[in-house]
Design a protein around this ligand. Structure first.
Ligand code: GLA
Length: 409
């Protein structure tokens, strides 16, 4: 049996200077010229409120200190040329006029999709040359794709003078363009959580996002004042939301809403009985009906847990949110069925090592989990999780610390 408590290293976030130097150097090599500027956008972790966004529900993300950097120079024509340090540094060229649903694949779809969506919204956007580098772990459920979209959104906003990034209302419009890029051009049927997080979160705050109308409230989230830290564990179990279970979960929720005669499940959550009558109506005795009941029960209970979590933050009881995190994980595992062996193991091992609460974060089927721990115990909890993975014959997970950080700029 492995009982190692040895070094579980934390993945560092690059400073703004380091990220900027990387993409500038790549730009000089790829395009033998100077960019107009450098922009960056963060990944996110959602504290609670999972699979609620596309149901018009509530979410509570924070922006990570880990960011995706973009050096960009505007062009006068329709050409987009892209180079990513994560993609073998070869140039990808796309004509902006050829961007359409189904026309592109790969990472360029997310970037060209943002330019396309801004044009669809009536803004004048032309081509550009750009280089990308990132310390947001890729495919880890920490919104590397939203960080990419959002970094380009603020870059295009500035170089083409759109004037949207200067206030929250404009940022909501940029986020909407990023969502269209992801849904319509990249083909991933995700909700708006990730893009709102990257563009609308503030340092030191959690973002209470109401997906019914897109409104937000900043909720102070001062981990260090509470003597706490938020450990993120990337299980390295790969997930993709462009295929498979994510779309199926969303479709089931939409079907249930149609059966209940409401536009979104949020309407049911807001009923005086918290949706109990609606749940009973969905239970038609068939196996499909029972799946629907469980999926909807997760959405309704999760919206309630966001309210509970926010209430605790507002009353200064940050160290009391653990049970809500644990209950969220159980609901995602048992009712929504989007957890996996690796995520469940993080949660169990972290709690056994003293975490106040732990849960998967993001869409699930792999990706990352978060654990709220006492400051000073981060390494011990990480080591315990790493040891549990080793004992189960799983590959080594990666760790990073989440501190509520700045939005795209
Ligand atoms: C992914 C999606 C989001 C959201 C979460 C689950 O991160 O991109 O829109 O649905 O899953 O909360």
């Amino acid at each position: 049996m492995t009982t190692t408590t040895s070094a579980a290293t934390l993945r560092p976030a690059w400073s703004r200077d380091e990220g900027a130097a990387r993409v500038r150097a790549l730009f000089a090599t790829a395009f033998t010229d100077e960019p107009d500027g450098v922009w960056s956008a963060p990944g996110r972790v959602n504290l609670i409120g999972e699979h609620t966004d596309y149901n018009g529900g509530l979410c509570l993300p924070i922006a990570l200190p880990h960011r995706t950097f973009v050096a960009l120079r505007a062009r006068d024509d329709e050409t987009i040329r892209l180079v990513s340090a994560q993609e073998a540094s070869s140039v990808v060229a796309v004509s902006l006029s050829s961007v359409a649903p189904g026309a592109l694949s790969g990472w360029a779809a997310y970037v060209a999709g943002v330019a396309w969506a801004l044009r669809q919204a009536g803004f004048v956007v032309r081509g550009f040359d750009a280089t990308v580098d990132s310390c947001v772990p890729y495919g880890a459920g920490l919104s590397s794709s939203a960080a990419l979209e959002s970094a380009f959104a603020v870059a295009l906003d500035e170089v083409f003078g759109l004037g949207l990034a200067s206030d929250d209302a404009g940022r909501a419009r940029l986020a909407a363009a990023c969502v269209r890029a992801e849904n319509e051009i990249a083909g991933a049927p995700t909700g708006g959580l990730d893009q709102a997080s990257s563009l609308r979160c503030h340092a030191g705050q959690a973002l209470l996002l109401d997906c019914l109308d897109g409104s937000v409230e900043q909720v102070p989230f001062d981990l260090s004042a509470a003597g706490l830290a938020l450990l993120v564990v990337d299980t390295k179990a790969e997930h993709s939301h462009a295929t498979g279970g994510y779309g199926a979960r969303r479709a089931t929720c939409e079907e249930a809403a149609t059966l209940l005669g409401v536009p979104l499940l949020r309407s049911v959550a807001d009923e005086p009985d918290g949706g109990a009558t609606a749940l009973a109506r969905l239970d038609d005795g068939t196996p499909e009906g029972s799946v629907r009941v469980r999926r909807v029960r997760h959405v309704l209970s999760e919206i309630g847990r966001v309210r509970e979590f926010v209430g605790l933050l507002r009353s200064g009881a940050v160290d009391e949110v653990g049970p809500a995190m644990d209950a969220s994980h159980a609901s995602l595992r048992d009712d929504y069925e989007v957890s996996c062996v690796e995520l469940d193991l993080v949660v169990t091992a972290a709690r056994a090592a003293g975490a106040l609460g732990a849960r998967m974060t993001g869409g699930g089927f792999g990706g990352s989990a978060i654990a709220l721990v006492r400051a000073g115990t981060e390494s011990a909890v990480a080591a315990a999780v790493a040891a549990a993975f080793a004992e189960s014959g799983l590959g080594a997970p990666e760790f990073l610390l989440a501190l509520p950080s700045d939005p795209a700029a």
